[in-house]
Design a protein. Structure first.
Length: 369
């Protein structure tokens, strides 16, 4: 990792590897290209690593029988009731058929609600962009308040029938709105009570006034994506359950160890096992993914990716976690009693990032017993 910093691939990186009670943390480089040194308590935009945290929040309500996995969400989210579905993904917005069934909580957790990331010049994508409900890089300032956001989403037809295919991201943002309505509290307050406070995650939040600790956000070409005094320096109207959180390496380690230990004081062991079990069918995988073959060696649980085949040194069956498109990664390997965290702030797709690949390769090559 130091070599990547020395070459200028990233200005800095924080890594944590924990196995069988032994923890190693390295803090390398700077908070910005010309900035102050990184600190162990530096804040990072964890983007899509927010998704597992939101899922855990929802599962605490499932355990209390406040929510049920296979109940429709219509009563709480009437904007999503009585859905219409595009006849084909290329169809105009008016060319629809009725939904075969209602959207459920399980659909939100597994991204099978019928709406999400879609690549291509389709009418539905243009319409979603116009309404600021499309899937793209996290930009908290661009989202309207939750009720208005959901109203706009409800104006659009679904891209696929509920339960038909995996479509990335939107399920977590809808889940965040659901949690606010069910709990009667803002999402940060709800997650604070259910996840952050029990685990001592004192620095995890949707914004910060402590901008001196917030790392400069970059695109993959090292042009600035978001400065410390930018979008995450003030409370947004929409608290994104899919990509909104800031966190630190130690807060994320506390979350990872809760999962590895079987839920700690937050969830039961059977719930963690369910959350980290592949929920996608072969038919759903065949029509889903970021690129062809994406699900050949992985599946999706509740808010986490689950490895299903041993296709690289670090891609091992049973390993689970998720990454953030702004340069972060978190994984748990129960078989090795191992957790790992990588924090940079240079955007990129993890599967193709040499920093990501080299970090995880280095983690696993160090295992001797």
């Amino acid at each position: 990792m130091a070599a990547h910093v020395e070459r200028g691939t990233v200005p800095g990186a924080i890594t944590l590897v924990s196995r069988r009670g032994e923890v190693h943390v390295d803090v390398i480089g700077k908070q910005a290209v010309d900035g102050a040194p990184l600190r162990r308590d530096s804040l990072f935009r964890i983007s899509s690593m927010t998704k597992p945290i939101t899922a855990v929040g929802a599962l605490t309500l499932v355990e209390e029988c406040v929510l049920r996995l296979d109940d429709p969400v219509d009563d709480v989210l009437p904007e999503l009731a009585g859905r219409r579905v595009l006849r084909t993904v290329e169809s105009e917005l008016e060319d629809t058929v009725p939904a075969n069934r209602a959207i459920t909580l399980r659909d939100l957790l597994t991204f099978r609600l019928g709406f999400g990331m879609l690549m291509g010049p389709y009418p539905i994508v243009a319409a979603a962009n116009e309404r600021s409900v499309a899937v793209g890089p996290p930009n908290p300032a661009e989202y309207p308040a939750p009720d208005e956001w959901l109203r706009r989403l409800g104006e659009l037809p679904l891209m696929a029938q509920p339960g038909e295919k995996w479509l990335y991201h939107t399920g977590s943002d809808v889940l965040g709105v659901l949690l606010e309505r069910v709990s009667g509290k803002p999402l940060d307050e709800f997650l604070g009570e259910r996840v952050f406070e029990p685990l001592g995650m004192k620095d995890t939040a949707f914004f910060t006034s402590d901008v001196d600790r917030l790392v400069m956000g970059y695109h993959d070409d090292l042009t600035v994506y978001d400065p410390p005094a930018g979008q995450w320096s003030r409370r947004p109207e929409f608290l994104s359950g899919g990509a909104g959180l800031l966190s630190t390496v130690d807060d994320l380690s506390a979350f990872a160890h809760m999962m590895l230990s079987g839920g700690g004081h937050v969830l039961s062991r059977p719930t963690v096992e369910l959350m980290t079990t592949d929920q996608l069918t072969p038919a759903q995988k065949a029509v889903s993914g970021f690129f062809p073959g994406y699900f050949d060696n992985r599946g999706w649980g509740f808010g986490v990716s689950v490895a299903t085949a041993h296709t690289s040194l670090y891609h091992r069956p049973g390993r689970y976690g998720w990454d953030g498109g702004l340069g972060t990664s978190w994984q748990v390997d129960p078989g090795e009693e191992l957790t790992g965290i990588l924090l940079t702030q240079c955007a990129g797709f993890p599967d193709f990032s040499p920093v990501y690949q080299d970090f995880w390769t280095s983690v696993y090559q160090a295992i001797e017993d």
